[in-house]
Design a protein around this ligand. Structure first.
Ligand SMILES: Nc1ncnc2c1ncn2[C@@H]1O[C@H](COP(=O)(O)OP(=O)(O)O)[C@@H](O)[C@H]1O
Ligand SMILES: [Mg+2]
Length: 342
C-alpha cells in the first residue's frame, strides 16, 4: 500500500500487507492531521489488491468519502437488531462454550465500564446457566441458547441487581437480545462494508453494536479457518471510541493466520491497552500531543534519540507522518498521499 512519498523526495513509501509479516497498522494523529483521508487511500488500494475493507465508522465524514469512492457497491450496515446470535460456539474444543461465556462477559464490561465485578459476575453466571439449560457441560455440546435467555434468567432472579437490570433494559429496549439470525458474515463477502456505529444516537447501544459486530467477526474468522493470504482488513477510524474493546488486541494477536489485517486510526494512542502495541508492528505517527508523542518515540526512536523524536512528532506539519515498521532502523518521514489533491 502506497502511503505517500518520502518527505522532500518522490521516493514512494509503502506499507507492505502480507500474511507472512505483521499485517496490522496503527495510525495516530490529532484531529485534522489527515487520518481519515489516509484511511480512504488505504481502503481504495486494499480493495484493488483483493483485500476487502470492513470499516467501523463513528463519524459521517468517512461514510461520505467511502460513498464517493464506491457508491452503491458499498455495503452499509446499520443497527437493526444484531442479525446473528453471539452465543454460537464455533470451535469443537470441550471448553469452547466457556471461552465464549468469558468473552461475552468482557463484552458487557466494555459496554458498561461502570459495572462492578459482582454485577459482571452475575451476567457471566446467567449466560453460563443459559448454556447449561440447553444441555452444555464440560465436554458435552448442547443447543445454542437464545441470546435473550440470560436476560430472562436475570429478570426471574428473586433479588435482581437494580443497577445491572436498568442498564440491560436499555439494550433490551433496542431489541439487542431478540432472537435474530441470518445476517451473512461480513467475512463471507467480497463487498467493502461500512459498519455505521453512529447510526444510533444512544452511546450504550453504539458500544454494544460495535462490540458484538466485532465479536461476530472474531467467531466467523475461526469458523472460516486459516487462510493463505490476507482477505479482509478490519478498519477502525476514531478508534479511541473503541479503546475499551479488549477484543481488538486479542483479535489482532490471533487473526493474521485467519487472513485478517487490522488498521486502527485514533487521536489518542495512550487510551489503548498496551497489548495492542505489541500486536501491531506498523505505525504511522502524525502530529500528536506530548504523551502520545513520547509513546510513539519509545516504539520507534533509537534509544538515544527519544527526546528528539518526541519533539519531532509533536511538531509534525499537517499531512506529514513518520512511518515505522518493525525491523526498520529508523522511521521514515512521509508526505501523505491524497489522490483527490495530487
Ligand atoms: N494528504 C493530504 N493532502 C491534502 N489535504 C489533505 C490530506 N489529508 C487530509 N487532507 C485534508 O485535510 C482535512 C482533514 O483531514 P482528515 O483526513 O479528515 O483528518 P483527520 O481524520 O485526522 O481529522 C480534510 O479536509 C482533508 O481533505
Ligand atoms: Mg477523521
Amino acid at each position: 500500500m502506497l502511503l505517500g512519498q518520502r518527505d522532500g523526495s518522490d521516493e514512494p513509501v509503502r506499507w507492505p500487507v502480507s500474511i507472512q509479516g505483521n499485517p496490522h497498522l496503527l495510525i495516530v494523529g490529532l484531529p485534522g492531521m489527515g487520518k481519515t483521508t489516509c484511511l480512504i487511500q488505504l481502503c481504495r488500494q486494499l480493495m484493488e489488491s483483493g483485500i476487502v475493507p470492513i470499516v467501523f465508522s463513528y463519524h459521517e465524514d468517512i461514510d461520505e468519502k467511502l460513498g464517493a469512492l464506491w457508491g452503491n457497491a458499498l455495503h452499509r450496515v446499520s443497527y437493526a437488531g444484531l442479525g446473528f446470535n453471539p452465543l454460537q460456539v464455533v470451535s469443537d474444543a470441550p471448553l469452547a462454550y466457556m471461552d465464549n461465556v468469558t468473552l461475552l462477559r468482557d463484552n458487557f464490561a466494555a459496554i458498561f465500564p461502570d459495572l462492578g465485578d459482582v454485577q459482571l459476575g452475575r451476567v457471566r453466571e446467567a449466560i453460563k446457566q443459559s448454556y447449561a439449560d440447553r444441555g452444555w457441560a464440560l465436554g458435552k455440546r448442547g443447543e445454542i441458547p437464545a441470546f435473550g435467555a440470560f436476560y430472562e434468567l436475570l429478570k426471574a432472579d428473586a433479588k435482581p441487581d437494580k443497577g445491572l437490570m436498568t442498564r440491560l433494559a436499555e439494550l433490551a429496549d433496542y431489541g439487542l437480545f431478540e432472537a435474530t439470525a441470518g445476517a451473512p458474515s461480513l467475512l463471507d463477502s467480497s463487498t467493502p462494508a461500512l459498519v455505521q456505529i453512529h447510526s444510533s444516537q444512544n452511546e450504550v447501544l453504539q458500544r454494544a453494536f460495535s462490540t458484538f459486530v466485532l465479536h461476530n467477526l472474531y467467531q466467523s474468522m475461526f469458523r472460516r479457518g486459516t487462510q493463505n493470504r490476507i482477505t479482509h482488513a478490519v478498519i477502525f477510524d476514531e478508534a479511541h471510541r473503541a479503546a475499551r474493546l479488549k477484543l481488538i488486541p486479542t483479535m489482532a494477536k490471533e487473526c493474521r493466520k485467519y487472513g485478517l489485517s487490522f488498521v486502527v486510526a485514533s487521536q489518542e494512542a495512550k487510551d489503548f491497552d498496551p497489548s495492542l502495541f505489541t500486536a501491531i508492528a506498523n505505525y504511522l505517527a502524525l502530529r500528536v500531543s506530548e504523551p502520545d508523542a513520547k509513546l510513539m518515540a519509545k516504539i520507534f526512536a533509537p534509544s538515544d534519540k527519544l527526546t528528539l523524536y518526541t519533539d519531532r512528532i509533536k511538531q509534525m506539519a499537517k499531512f506529514k507522518a513518520w512511518f515505522y515498521s518493525e525491523g526498520m532502523r529508523a522511521p521514515t518521514p512521509v508526505a501523505l498521499g491524497n489522490t483527490q489533491h495530487d
